[in-house]
Design a protein around this ligand. Structure first.
Ligand code: TEU
Ligand code: CA
Length: 570
């Protein structure tokens, strides 16, 4: 039986602070806004919140470029606000998971200001430098955000490495003093009361410091740097050292984000006893529908994406560790737009994906706004975007490249992460209850139709479906700890699985049509036997089709409406 602990039982709510609730009328969400919304979090029924970075930052990458690890970003409030928020969360039985960016700092951090001033500055070696001619970077690595991964530094006549923007210089983890500084930061926030961390881009903290050129495909401006900048063997030593020298409580939760890792390799980070990560945030959902360029959308094949990923993570051997269960975050687009069908079945598909997420084995991370079925901002103009990568790549792809501007904009509507960063839609009034002044990023124009107020008042809303599913999960712990078994694996439309062998001794069957077309199937014999064994005891716990009842299981052929989903207790 899996060792039981709070972070396996919690339903976690991810909040992009900048877009959640503005309490002081500057158009930017803040910590006092989160304080105001604690009653809403209680109504939703979540157990913990995970905030994107709140440390001081010039906001080149909206908090993922930290200029002071020991203070709060001016736009979000003060350390006193932070302390008050933590206290209020704990008083309300909620835990707090902090996003900590340890792969790099902002170029405005005092360490980097010192480091770039001279080669023999004591902070110089906190970062990664390489000789090179001013117009010839040391190798052909790209930055994730467009352009080269190298920026020339005049004062020391050398380049520094930045996997992300040029304002995010990468730390040099082979420097022991740097690691000791990061340990102090971790201890500081633990003393401040955080209950867990999400280590940002943690799979990048070790690089191949011989800086080999990446394989460069015909027509590509840069080489493939991935083999040299992610999931290198030393990453594990660094994570283990950071954790073992700072985190002593067995209750403390440590998550890390790691691209290039799947359910068959996550054990490298999460195997019990390794003392590295408790869970690993993968990129399976981030990759869904994403073409050769990250703004190109391709059709989603259900089986090879959703079914394969969710089943793969849910059936990992217990000793290989635990999983987060999520569709969206601040780097993806809106779930109901990317995976559901926000044009033809917005409510049914949002509810079906909720039932899928909250009946899985693993810790659910609900991304703010998904609980009301917020959608992509399909009418954004180029100037409405705030993600720096949008403009870097617009220059490369459109101005310097051969991509028509209309195609690029269409690509942004489908695939850019700003879709998941529009302000939370609270009420059907101007400003949507997010801010009294114009928001830092435009609202989605559908806030009058999609908002918390309207959905709290509507028993059949997506929000109330989330609330019911969250409560159901808590009252049926086999949905948390039980094993997972899939049926009809090859079916193109239906996702069918059972949960069993859990603490409540009950068995649960989930049947979902994850397409916008009607679906049918004959129940496989092994499932038929289990259904018959339950007989008339089988009962529907929740469905997005009010007339669904368990008798459907005893018909020769199962028939499902588009996006019909049902959870049955056998
Ligand atoms: O994203 C990390 C990230 O994008 C890379 O890890 C990369 O995409 C992945 O390795 C591909 O396999 C994190 C944050 O989530 C993101 O919001 C920040 O912009 C980024 O780090 C820089 O801090
Ligand atoms: Ca504000």
């Amino acid at each position: 039986m899996t060792k039981q602990t709070w972070w396996k039982e919690a339903v976690v709510y991810q909040i992009y602070v900048r877009s959640f609730k503005d309490s002081n009328g500057d158009g930017i969400g803040d910590l006092r806004g989160i304080l105001e919304k604690i009653p809403y979090l209680k109504t939703l029924g979540v157990d913990a919140i995970y905030l994107n970075p709140v440390n001081k930052s010039p906001n080149d990458d909206f908090g993922y470029d930290i200029s002071d690890f020991y203070d709060i970003m001016d736009e979000f409030g003060t350390m006193a606000d932070f302390d008050e928020m933590i206290r209020a969360l704990h008083e309300n039985g909620l835990r707090f998971i902090m996003d900590l960016v340890i792969n790099h700092s902002s170029d405005e951090h005092p360490w980097f200001r010192e480091a770039r001033s001279s080669r023999d500055n004591p902070y110089h070696d906190y970062y990664i430098w390489k000789e090179g001619k001013e117009d010839r970077p040391p190798n052909n690595w790209p930055s994730f955000f467009g352009g080269s991964a190298w920026e020339y530094n005049e004062p020391t006549q050398e380049y520094y490495l930045h996997l992300f923007s040029r304002k995010q210089p990468d730390f040099n983890f082979s420097n022991q003093k740097l690691k000791e500084e990061l340990k102090e930061i971790i201890r500081f926030w633990i003393r401040r009361g955080v209950d867990g961390f999400r280590f940002d881009a943690v799979n990048h903290i070790a690089k191949d410091l011989s800086f080999p050129d990446g394989v460069q495909k015909e027509g590509d401006r840069y080489g493939d740097f991935m083999p040299y900048v992610q999931n290198m063997p030393l990453v594990h030593d660094y994570i283990r050292e950071l954790r073992q020298d700072t985190i002593t409580s067995p209750d403390f939760f440590v998550a890390g984000e790691a691209g290039g890792i799947g359910f068959d390799s996550a054990h490298l980070y999460t195997r019990e006893g390794k003392k590295e990560l408790d869970v690993l945030f993968h990129f399976d959902m981030h990759s869904i529908g994403r073409g050769r360029r990250d703004w190109i959308r391709i059709p989603v094949d259900l089986r090879s994406t959703i079914k394969r990923s969710f089943t793969g993570w849910a059936t990992r051997p217990e000793e290989e560790g635990w999983n987060p269960v999520f569709f969206s975050n601040h780097d993806t687009t809106r779930t109901v737009s990317r995976i559901g069908d926000d044009l033809n079945y917005p409510v049914e598909s949002a509810k079906a994906l909720c039932l899928l997420q909250l009946s899985q084995r693993g810790t659910p991370f609900i991304y703010y706004g998904d609980e009301i079925g917020m959608t992509n901002a399909r009418d954004f103009k180029l100037e409405d975007y705030r993600d720096a990568a949008v403009f870097n790549k617009y220059r490369e792809e459109v101005l310097e490249g051969d991509t028509p501007a209309a195609d690029y904009l269409e690509g942004l509507h489908n695939m850019n992460r700003d879709n998941a960063r529009t302000p939370m839609q609270w009420i059907p009034e101007p400003g949507a209850g997010f801010s009294e002044s114009s928001p830092w990023i435009p609202l989605n124009s559908n806030y009058r139709r999609i908002n918390v107020k309207a959905q709290l008042e509507n028993p059949a809303s997506v929000l109330n479906f989330f609330r019911s599913m969250i409560a159901l999960r808590k009252n049926h712990p086999t949905l948390i700890y039980g094993s997972f078994r899939e049926y009809l694996n090859e079916h193109e439309q239906l996702y069918v699985y059972t949960r069993q062998d859990g603490p409540d001794g009950r068995e649960y069957l989930a049947l979902l049509n994850l397409t916008s077309r009607p679906a049918e199937a004959v129940i496989p014999e092994d499932l038929r036997i289990r259904v018959n064994a339950s007989g008339s005891a089988a009962q529907v716990l929740l469905s997005n089709h009010p007339e669904a009842d368990a008798s459907l299981l005893f018909e020769k052929t199962l028939r499902f409406e588009p996006w019909e989903a049902v959870l049955i207790e056998l």
